[in-house]
Ligand binder design. Structure first.
Ligand SMILES: [Zn+2]
Length: 425
């Protein structure tokens, strides 16, 4: 029954009207064939009910009239005789009234049913929206709380631990002073330092507990990043921390946080730094800093050996390399002439430069010392020294700020300066 109702609900209105009329014709034929003595009005009622329910009140009324007409017509055709002509009209009227009452009742029921269904639909929609809004809010709250948790974790880890480390250091200094004076209070000071240190451990564990994952990942990865950064600034060698698979650190503040790491970690960092420093040597040919001798540039056969660029420091070499325009080789002087500081030619790799020029067929020497007083003096000195050797000696052009360092020049300025180099007089 339910599938039949569902199938009827899905049909279009004209389709339903056609079906209704077809069923009426069918019932009329059966009524006619069964004769006028068998009462058939109940089947008409079923037909009228379905028409009202699925199509509407108006169609129900039409079907009621049609049913009564078919019923009376069918019976008359089947040979029914009435004693008075008033009888069939009376019967038809009674039946019609009955059908109309059914139509009215069913139509009202249908309206109620539809209203109820609409309300249910509206309520469901509202409920779905409410649930979605709630889960969005929940997610937001979760994010905010996570962010707060992370912030508290960081604050605890950085600020408090940093403060405690400072306190421990101050205590240690005090203890040492007391010890130097052979005072008995030194033991007390040591005890305080120990207590503060265990406080640091407690605070760090607490911070890890509040936001465990990031603290752990950060502790290792960022320390390596910072190590690379420290090597770059302290040793003036470009050092990059490369990790496979890469651990992405989006927070720029993370790097600075490492500077505030507790003493133990800093010591480890310093030890790694010393380890790295041990591996760094000076190239025996060009005096660039490298981890292999000769360095990669000197060992590269694709480099133009007829071009030699003289720079002050390894950093300047790196700046020149960054332009990507220069394909010759280098000579690092490891400084510049500075009579005021007592730095003369013997303190620079000048003798080594002359030896290189003698041993190799170099066509042009580019003097790329810094465009400051010392750099200019060095360039002039070298130009005078090299010109008798029959070489082309050029100086990089003045696209660079006077008094500046090559290291800090942008790539475009530096490559323009290189392009515009000129013979030095
Ligand atoms: Zn080299």
């Amino acid at each position: 029954m339910v599938p039949l109702i569902q199938a009827l609900e899905k049909r279009s209105r004209p389709g339903l009207i056609l079906v209704g009329l077809a069923v009426l014709v069918l019932i009329g034929i059966i009524d006619y064939l069964t004769g006028f003595e068998i009462l058939f009005s109940v089947f008409y009622l079923l037909e009228v009910g379905l028409a009202t329910w699925f199509v509407g009140r108006r169609f129900g009324v039409i079907m009621s009239i049609l049913s009564v007409l078919v019923w009376i017509g069918g019976d008359m055709a089947a040979g029914a005789h009435y004693s008075r002509p008033f009888v069939p009209i009376w019967n038809a009227m009674i039946l019609l009234v009955l059908y109309f009452i059914v139509v009215w009742l069913l139509a009202s029921l249908r309206r109620l049913h539809d209203e109820l269904e609409n309300k249910v639909r509206e309520r469901t929609l509202a409920l779905t929206q409410e649930i979605a809004e709630r889960s969005r809010l929940e997610k937001e709250i979760l994010e905010v709380s996570e962010r707060e948790q992370r912030r508290i974790g960081h604050d605890l880890h950085d600020s408090l631990c940093q403060h405690l480390t400072g306190t421990a250091l101050a205590g240690q200094v005090l203890g040492e002073k007391l010890e130097a004076r052979s005072l008995p209070e030194a033991a007390g000071a040591r005890k305080i330092v120990e207590l503060v240190e265990s406080g640091i451990t407690l605070a760090r564990n607490l911070a890890r507990g509040i936001y465990p994952v990031e603290m752990e990942a950060e502790g290792l990865m960022v320390a390596f990043e910072e190590l690379a950064h420290n090597i770059s600034t302290v040793s003036k060698v470009t050092c990059v921390f490369d990790c496979d698979p890469p651990v992405l650190i989006h927070d720029a503040a993370v790097a600075t946080r490492v500077a505030k790491r507790p003493v133990g970690e800093v010591r480890e960092l310093a030890e790694s730094l010393v380890g790295v420093k041990d591996k760094i040597v000076s190239c025996g040919t060009c005096f660039n800093v490298t981890d292999q001798d000769p360095c990669r540039i000197c060992a590269d056969p694709a480099r133009d050996g007829r071009l030699l660029c003289v720079v002050e420091e390894p950093n300047d070499l790196l700046a020149m390399e960054r332009t990507g325009e220069y394909r010759g080789r280098y000579h690092v002087l490891q400084g510049a002439l500075s009579p005021l500081d007592g730095i003369g030619p013997d303190d620079l790799k000048v003798r080594e430069l002359l030896a290189r020029l003698e041993a190799n067929a170099v066509g042009e020497v580019i003097l790329a010392t810094n465009p400051n007083v010392e750099g200019e003096a060095t360039a002039l000195y070298l130009a005078k020294l090299l010109r008798p050797l029959g070489l082309r000696v050029t100086r990089i052009a003045r696209g660079l700020p006077v008094g500046g360092d090559l290291e800090y020049a942008d790539q475009v300025t530096l490559s323009k300066a290189l392009e515009g180099r000129r013979e030095i007089s």
